[in-house]
Ligand binder design. Structure first.
Ligand code: BG6
Ligand code: MG
Length: 218
């Protein structure tokens, strides 16, 4: 039986992608790199420093480690200007209803995010009280697609991987869930999220019935 749901944050519970993009584009511009919205897809689900590596790759540049860390700091300061103004209105459609339904059913809820800002975002949007465990960028050594973030989530909840369903909008995140041996609901486009068990447009399409039906399918 399914005992827990593990949620990615950015792009699943809240739409912070636009703030990440704004901050990265500004930084890319300062390096003379043209960074487009299309390129931005590659940054979804991956860590902050990996994001910068991808941008430098696009621009055909390399920088010493120390300078890269300074640029990551700079990007995050810019990003936090927007995040610190976030409100519960920025929770994506259907999210709160689904979290409430899970709670009512006694299904455990964890966060599995690459972000080091996850706690702050959950606080700003009043989502924090729903979570039984939070595993984020501060708790993992290996980023997605490595399964560490979701395996640690299951462990914190005291459930087995096969009792977990992961919700993900990024290809790297879906791979991470599958590497962990978990069921996975893709949030977004089926053409992009091909390794998932089902794909939904957003959380308005999710119900507890659909969640349990996943296991019969698997
Ligand atoms: C993920 C985002 O959730 O978090 C990535 O999809 C981001 O785009 C990553 O790079 C790390 O986030 P942060 O907040 O620690 O810079
Ligand atoms: Mg995401």
């Amino acid at each position: 039986t399914i005992k827990a749901c593990l949620f990615d944050l950015d792009g699943v519970l809240v739409d912070t992608a636009i703030y990440h993009f704004k901050a990265w584009r500004q930084l890319a511009q300062s390096l003379g790199i043209d960074f487009t919205e299309h390129d931005n897809e590659r940054l979804k689900g991956v860590s902050r420093v990996r994001s910068l590596e991808i941008i430098l790759e696009i621009g055909g540049q390399t920088l010493p480690q120390e300078q890269m860390l300074a640029l990551c700091e700079q990007k995050n300061t810019e990003y936090l200007v927007d995040v610190s103004k976030m409100t519960p209105e920025e929770i994506l459609p259907g999210v709160e209803d689904f979290l409430k339904a899970l709670k009512a059913e006694g299904i455990k809820i964890a966060l599995g995010s690459a972000s080091k800002n996850a706690q702050l975002i959950l606080e700003r949007t009043n989502l924090l009280p729903y979570f039984d465990a939070i595993i984020d960028g501060r708790h993992v050594v290996n980023g997605k697609p490595h399964p560490e973030v979701f395996l640690k989530g299951a462990e914190a909840l005291g459930v087995k991987p096969e009792e977990c369903v992961v919700f993900e909008d990024a290809v790297a995140g879906v791979e991470s869930a599958k590497n962990a041996g978990m069921l996975c609901v893709g949030v977004g486009q089926p053409e992009v999220l091909t390794q998932t068990d089902i794909v939904v447009k957003d959380m308005t399409e999710m119900t507890v019935e659909r969640l349990h039906a996943l296991q019969q399918k698997a």
